[in-house]
Design a protein. Sequence first.
Length: 180
Amino acid sequence: MSSQFWRLFWSLVIFLSVCSFTAAQEAEVRGFLQNYAGPPASDEDKATRYFAAFVHLSDDNTQQVIVYLLGGGWCGSGGCTTLILVPKDSSYRVLTKITVAQLPIRVLDTKSKGWRDLGVWVEGGGIESGYEARLAFDGEQYPDNPTVPPAQPITPKTKGRIVVPSAAKGKPLYPSPGEK
């Protein structure tokens, strides 16, 4: 019980220290995601939530966004959809769509082709014993499925920082009036 408390506590501390962003950035990401997902067609779609982590993955000093989408249309037995967004003009574009990711998501200290590697938890969808997979940038994108090569299992000693914690609940993609 005590170790679980400290794990959650440190996840929150790390999250707050690495994921600084402005309300304007948050609104830009929400608007991009609403265009990407399209108008909600059902109550399930209206209930979609997202968690956005603003990070520096590349050596070019621009900020990218790791978005974890939560909801029936975005999640299955193997996990939920994660998007890696990069700035484009006054909005974003999807660099990579990872189809089955579990939490937590980490930015690793290692790099591939000038971009930080990602650590994504893999479990469910037929994988009984969970593990963390390294997603290495190939010069154009990250692997879209952490359960198959080129993604690779990594050891727990691999250094990095949590950017989407296990306890992430996200924000409403389609907030009702007065909700943020």
